[in-house]
Every structure is written in structure tokens, then in C-alpha cells.
Write a protein that binds this ligand. Structure first.
Ligand SMILES: NC(=O)c1ccc[n+]([C@@H]2O[C@H](COP(=O)([O-])OP(=O)(O)OC[C@H]3O[C@@H](n4cnc5c(N)ncnc54)[C@H](OP(=O)(O)O)[C@@H]3O)[C@@H](O)[C@H]2O)c1
Length: 359
């Protein structure tokens, strides 16, 4: 089998190409996953933007070497070849995959519902990304729900963790939450959950062109465009920043000063915005929120099974609502993956359309 991989230049994310090479023969214990489908959203762009800092490039080393990177995606695969007694050929698998047509993994800690990839180069990386679901042993697996699973579930898991983190901290005494990139899937997943809480208003910040989409969601108490920040309401506030646009973050900090009770750094959808030199800002010091770290906290508090159960209850409620808000488009082949990647990178993708790549 030939291996096809979408590679990007680590220091020029617009420079993207498909490389072809011979598939490597499997070693004992290894399994070859043949990749069937995956989603691409701004979250995948953030994996690339923070590729060096957060070690996202280390999951799937690029065939062309150090200067190139492979952007991770969430998707489904079939076991095409197995030299591991615990994993059968033909099995359906869900998890963290490269933008490519195959991935060789070394399953360990195999249970009926999952395994971990014990490939040595992944040993130091966050466990949440090294865990693969064996669909046949997963009670939550629904063949008709694959689109939602790969496009939304990793993002909604983060939304769930943010909502839980803020509620657990009594919203740091605030009465309103401001979310940047309110049109993003992680953003509106969080707003959907926050909207169910008493005593908290949720204000969405978004681009002027995305205001109608965000308003129609009906889950934000107020929607404000980035060029109308003066209309933000007074009050003790938490900022959850999905955009990473330092000019917007600074403006919100200066608007609220000591009334800004917590400032959570979550993402960088506006990855190509100006990056001014960091300088002190009024209000709470920005703190990075990393979903895998919060998973560890709640897995310790509640146990992983209980965390999954609680998430599952919210997920079941969210999926039909998200289906009203999003249209899923299917495109075929890695060439199309390159096009979708470029559109998401360039910010020209519509927030109401999500793309699944099928191979
Ligand atoms: N910390 C964590 O653990 C964690 C986990 C999951 C996700 N996240 C982060 O959450 C963020 C949202 O991810 P998502 O996949 O949910 O996003 P998404 O749905 O693809 O977001 C699309 C929105 O992002 C903004 N955007 C995207 N590309 C842009 C560009 N080039 N220029 C300007 N705006 C752009 C636009 O929103 P606006 O017009 O509304 O700004 C756009 O409507 C990502 O940065 C992701 O990394 C973080």
C-alpha cells in the first residue's frame, strides 16, 4: 500500500502538500489503521499553530523530516492489517489521526472498548490523545453518529470541561461570561451549557459577518461584534477566549479592569492576528485552560467512567441542537482535505457548515 500524507511547513502553515511513499512493513505488535474519514475545524489549525509549543507536531512525525509537520485530526479508521493478537483486521476505530491515508500504531492496554498507542515517540504526550476507541466495544458508538462524533465530540468535551470548571469555581464571583469566537463549535457548545445555568449571562463576541449566525443560535444573552466592544454591559465578568486575538483580549481587560474575575485562554482561532509584545493588563491574569489537564482533575475526582457518563448526558442533548445549527458537507480525498484545510486556515469557512473528509 502507498502512504499518502498531507504535510505543512511548520513555519509557513499555508505551504501544504501531499507526499507519497511506500507503506512500512509492520513490526510485531503493530497495527495499520486505514483512515476512512476525519473532520477539519479551527481546532486543527490551533494544533498546527501550537505545534511546537504544545508538542502537537510530535504525534505524527512528517515523512519529509523536521521542517514539516502533519496536522492531527479526529476521525475513523479500519484496521487494515494487524500483527497484534488483541486487535482484529476489519475493526472500526475512532481517535486522533494524522491527515493521511494510514497510521501505524502499537496497541497496549487493550480492553474491549479501547487501546492506547504505545509507540515510543508518543510516550510523553497527553494521554487523552493516545487513547483509541474500538467502536464494536463502545456502547456510545452509533454508525449514524460518526459525523457528529469526529466533528463535534472532542470540542464539546472541552465545552463541557469549561462549563464545569467555571461552575465549580462559582464563576469566580462573576455574573456574566464573555466568549470570543462565539461562532466556533467549542464556543457555542460552551454557551449552550452555560445558558442552562442560573444567574449567569453569556455574551458572545464574534466577527460582524458572523453576528446573524450567532444571534440565531439563541443561546447567547447578547451578541457583540469585535468592532463594537464599547457596547459590552457592565458587571463582574469572566472572559473565555477562543480567538487568541490579543487586541480583543486587551480591550476586554481594559474595559472591565478589576471586574474581570477570571480570564481563560482556550484557543487561537484568530491565529494570524497581530501578536503585540506581551505587557501587563488590568484584571485577572490570563490562565491557560487545557482540556486534557482538566480531564485528569475530574477523572481523579469522579473516576473516568463517571466523567464519561456525565458528558454523555449533555452530549445526547447537544447533538440534536447542533444538527439544527450546522450543515455537514462530505468531500472525498486528501486533495479536498488540502482545500478544506486552506479554507479553515484562511478563515473563509462558514460557521454554519462543517466539513468531513472521506477517503
Ligand atoms: N484549550 C483546549 O483544550 C481546547 C480544546 C478544544 C478546542 N480549543 C480551541 O477552541 C477554538 C475553537 O475551535 P473550533 O474547532 O470549535 O473552531 P471552529 O468551529 O472551526 O471556529 C470557526 C470560527 O473561528 C473564527 N475563525 C476561524 N478561523 C479564523 C481566521 N483565520 N481568522 C479569523 N477568525 C477565524 C471565526 O469565528 P469568529 O468570527 O466568531 O471569531 C469562525 O467562525 C480553537 O482555537 C481550538 O483550538 C481549545
Amino acid at each position: 500500500m502507498a502512504r499518502s500524507v498531507v504535510e505543512v511547513s511548520k513555519n509557513e502553515l499555508h505551504d501544504v502538500r501531499i507526499t507519497e511513499s511506500e507503506s512500512a512493513p509492520l513490526e510485531d505488535g503493530q497495527v495499520r489503521l486505514v483512515i476512512d474519514s476525519f473532520g477539519i475545524t479551527a481546532n486543527n489549525i490551533t494544533y498546527a499553530v501550537f505545534g511546537e509549543m504544545m508538542a502537537y507536531w510530535n504525534f505524527f512525525p512528517a515523512p519529509s523530516g523536521e521542517g514539516s509537520g502533519v496536522v492531527p485530526v479526529w476521525g475513523f479508521a479500519t484496521v487494515g492489517e494487524s500483527r497484534n493478537a488483541g486487535i482484529a483486521e476489519g475493526e472500526r476505530i475512532y481517535g486522533y489521526l494524522p491527515m493521511a491515508n494510514e497510521l501505524v500504531v502499537q496497541p497496549s492496554r487493550v480492553s474491549p472498548g479501547s487501546f492506547f498507542d504505545a509507540s515510543p515517540h508518543r510516550a510523553e504526550l497527553a494521554a487523552a490523545y493516545n487513547n483509541y476507541t474500538r467502536c464494536a466495544g463502545d456502547p456510545g458508538y452509533d454508525p449514524d453518529g460518526e459525523d457528529a462524533r469526529m466533528l463535534l465530540q472532542p470540542l464539546f468535551f472541552t465545552s463541557y470541561l469549561i462549563d464545569d470548571f467555571l461552575a465549580d469555581a462559582d464563576f469566580f464571583g462573576a455574573t456574566q461570561v464573555i466568549a470570543t469566537s462565539a461562532s466556533s463549535k467549542t464556543g457555542f457548545g460552551t454557551a449552550h451549557l452555560l445558558n442552562k445555568r442560573d444567574g449567569i449571562d453569556v455574551i458572545g463576541l464574534t466577527s460582524a459577518s458572523n453576528v446573524p449566525f450567532v444571534e440565531e443560535l439563541g443561546i447567547y444573552d447578547q451578541v457583540v461584534s469585535y468592532d463594537e466592544l464599547h457596547s459590552l454591559p457592565d458587571g463582574q465578568t469572566v472572559l473565555i477566549d477562543f480567538a487568541g486575538n490579543q487586541n480583543v483580549v486587551r480591550a476586554v481587560h481594559e474595559r472591565y479592569g478589576d471586574d474581570l474575575k477570571h480570564s481563560a485562554v482556550i484557543g487561537g482561532t484568530h491565529w494570524d492576528a497581530d501578536r503585540p509584545e506581551p505587557a501587563p493588563m488590568p484584571g485577572a491574569k490570563p490562565e491557560f485552560f487545557f482540556a486534557p489537564t482538566r480531564i485528569q482533575v475530574r477523572a481523579k475526582d469522579w473516576g473516568m467512567a463517571e466523567l464519561q457518563r456525565k458528558l454523555g448526558v449533555e452530549w445526547a442533548e447537544f447533538v440534536p441542537r447542533a444538527a439544527e445549527w450546522l450543515t455537514v458537507e462530505h468531500v472525498s480525498g486528501l486533495d479536498k482535505a488540502v482545500e478544506v484545510y486552506a479554507a479553515v486556515l484562511g478563515g473563509s469557512a462558514s460557521p454554519s457548515v462543517a466539513q468531513v473528509i472521506q477517503l
